[in-house]
Design a protein around this ligand. Structure first.
Ligand SMILES: [Zn+2]
Length: 107
């Protein structure tokens, strides 16, 4: 059964239908990526590629379909502490803790 709008992993093992141990991990990477924006995608993929080490870029490129060059770009941005991508600090209306109103006694 095809899952809802989750991109199928493009790595050779998943494509072959092999029941390998990383199958769920590959699916979850692609699921998460489907909810992230462009910049967040390359940062996350760069982190996962780093975790693998040698061959990580190639494997993550296979899993996600992301260009290896894009992964390297994400890694370079992380290396500079995302200096060019400062937090936007957009708060959802009604988000955060409820405000505690100080009751001023009426005189
Ligand atoms: Zn896969």
């Amino acid at each position: 059964m095809a899952s809802l709008d989750v991109p199928i992993c493009q790595c050779p093992r998943c494509q072959a239908g092999e029941e390998h141990p990383d199958r769920i991990w590959h699916q979850q990477i692609n699921l998460l990526l489907s909810r992230l924006d462009e910049a967040q995608r390359r940062w996350y993929v760069a982190i996962e590629a780093d975790r693998i080490g040698h061959g990580g870029d190639q494997l993550l490129s296979q899993i996600t379909g992301m260009d290896a060059q894009t992964i390297r770009r994400g890694r370079a941005e992380l290396a500079t502490s995302l200096a060019e991508h400062p937090p936007t600090r957009v708060r959802q209306p009604g988000g955060g803790r409820p405000r505690i109103e100080k009751k001023t006694p009426k005189s």
